[in-house]
Design a protein around this ligand. Structure first.
Ligand code: HEM
Ligand code: MTE
Length: 475
């Protein structure tokens, strides 16, 4: 609006406290938000932006990328920055400026922080997902870590704190290799969103990927650091090096039982697919907790705390939990639900693609996809229907090696990697529209729910109903 006064950055900067008034800038506009400070859902943190630009903070807290937030802001507009100053403000330090380059084929859900999944059509073309295409889920800017000065601190054990270098980790402990699938709790949230709006990134079916990880066993490291079986500890907490503007780091924890289990295969991984970890995936060290939700696989690992308590982080306490479809943002009590650890059984169709047109010149159709279950439970069967779930066929489960029909069974309770599956069926001549459906069964005979509505939850996690793909058949 041209009638509003033009201010300089210097004038804005003077309004940097509740006493002087709290002014901020956003995309060239000047806002007096003094009155809003006490109303801010994110609390006092808002004062960090006083006298300056909102952009770097909002780049960190993606929760602000919503229409209603901009509406609130617009009520407080008091002026404009001059065009020259506006340009300077635009180039103001971006906490994400040092993020690594990424492959342009990735489907980006958010740039800052970077969240992206591979195109679902290629997801199951390889058993091991190439690292460049492995889904990326970051809450914060990717930290730059110097491997020479990197230290891993281990705290909470009676012997006192231990500090390890990257070289210590590589040379003092046997290198252990595990092929494990990681899945984000929000995989397939898009489909839940179609039932009713949820809060979160709109992941398709590819917030899941499979890699070979190598590193030291967490168990070996904790035993060396003085952990004694039978002690009072209940949890192992992890802290990342990635942090927000207030210095708050990403954190999560897992039960000690999983961490110390000889068959748990929890790694402090320094390799992914035979190479150093890429920066996006936690260089130089990340935790890999096979069978456990992605969120506990802490990247850029800085600290391990053995404790009687779970991690106090936001992501352990107030996120990544499941609720009833009847629970809304007014009634949700995060304390009432356990943190997600093992994930439920999951499967999805990668080929043909949703909404595509398939040619049936050969009179048959090949359907492909993935299946996986949490907690090391092995997928024993995938059922596929071409008529929306009325009749079913059993798919062939693919193995670890390309072209191998059935995988050598993993050791009991340690099925950490997904199974790729495939089914070729004749197409009835009269067919025009197909609703292809898949559902997996794990070795506890857990099954997927047939529809999303009964498992809908306000955060859109644990989205694992039958996957349905509609295609048009062309003669
Ligand atoms: C959450 C508005 C500045 C940190 C929110 C929400 C709104 C909001 C409406 C709730 C969004 C939702 O859940 O749908 C604003 C406005 C701002 C502002 C209008 C500027 C005038 C900031 C700044 C910071 C910040 C500068 C950090 C330094 C947060 C955090 C949350 C949040 C951490 C999440 C709280 C939670 O879910 O626990 N903000 N905000 N905000 N805000 Fe802001
Ligand atoms: N670790 C740190 N330090 N910071 C993060 O933002 N994201 C978590 C987890 N570990 C995260 C993290 C989440 S929610 C998931 S799903 C996985 O990392 C994703 O791992 P990836 O990016 O290697 O696929």
């Amino acid at each position: 609006s041209p009638s509003l006064p033009v201010y300089t950055q210097e004038e804005v900067a003077k309004h940097c406290s509740l006493a002087e008034g709290v002014w901020v800038t956003y995309k060239g506009g000047v806002y007096d938000i003094t009155e809003f400070v006490a109303l801010h859902p994110g609390g006092e943190k808002i004062l960090l932006a006083a006298g300056g630009a909102l952009e770097p903070f909002w780049a960190l807290y993606a929760v602000h990328n919503q229409g209603h937030v901009l509406e609130i802001l617009s009520e407080y507009k008091v002026g404009e920055l001059s065009p020259e100053e506006r340009e300077q403000a635009d180039s103001a330090t971006d906490p994400y400026a040092d993020d690594p380059p990424r492959h342009p084929a990735l489907r980006v859900n958010s740039q800052k922080p970077f969240n992206a999944e591979p195109p679902s059509e290629i997801l199951t073309d390889t058993y091991i997902t190439p690292s460049a295409f492995f889904f990326k889920r970051n809450h914060l800017p990717v930290p730059r870590v110097d491997p020479g000065t990197y230290r891993l601190e281990i705290q909470g054990l009676p012997k006192g704190p231990v500090s390890l270098s990257l070289a210590d980790l590589k040379s003092n402990f046997p290198k252990h290799t595990v092929t494990a699938t990681l899945q984000c709790a929000g995989n397939r949230r898009l489909e839940m969103n179609q039932v009713k709006q949820v809060k979160g990134l709109n992941w398709g079916i590819a917030a899941i990927s499979n890699a070979t990880w190598a590193g030291a066993r967490l168990r070996d490291v904790l035993l060396e650091a003085g952990y004694k079986p039978g002690s009072k500890f209940q949890h192992v907490q992890f802290e990342g090096l990635d942090h927000d503007v207030t210095g708050t780091t990403y954190g999560a924890s897992i039960p000690i039982r999983k961490a110390m289990s000889e068959e748990g295969d929890v790694l402090l991984a320094y390799e992914m697919n035979g190479e150093e970890l890429p920066r996006d995936h936690g260089y130089p060290v990340r935790v890999v907790v096979p069978g456990t939700v992605g969120a506990r696989n802490v990247k850029w690992l800085a600290k391990i705390v053995v404790s009687e308590e779970e991690s106090s982080s936001h992501w352990q306490q107030n996120d990544y939990k499941g609720f009833s479809p009847g629970t809304d943002w007014d009634t949700v009590d995060y304390k009432s639900a356990p943190a997600i650890q093992e994930l439920p059984v999951q499967s999805a169709i990668t080929q043909p693609a949703q909404g595509s047109t398939v040619s049936c010149s050969k009179g048959e159709l090949t359907v492909k996809g993935y299946a996986w279950s949490g907690g090391g439970r092995e997928v024993i069967r995938v059922d596929v229907s071409l008529d929306g779930g009325k009749t079913w066929n059993v798919a062939t489960l693919g193995g670890a090696e390309e072209g191998q029909e059935a995988a050598t069974s993993p050791p009991p309770g340690r099925a950490w990697a997904w199974k790729l599956w495939e089914l070729t069926v004749p197409l009835p001549a009269e067919t025009q529209e197909l609703e292809i459906v898949c559902k997996a069964v794990d070795n506890s005979y857990n099954v997927q729910p047939d529809t999303m509505a009964p498992v809908w939850n306000l955060r859109g996690v644990l989205s694992n109903a039958w996957h349905r793909v509609k295609v048009t058949v062309r003669k």
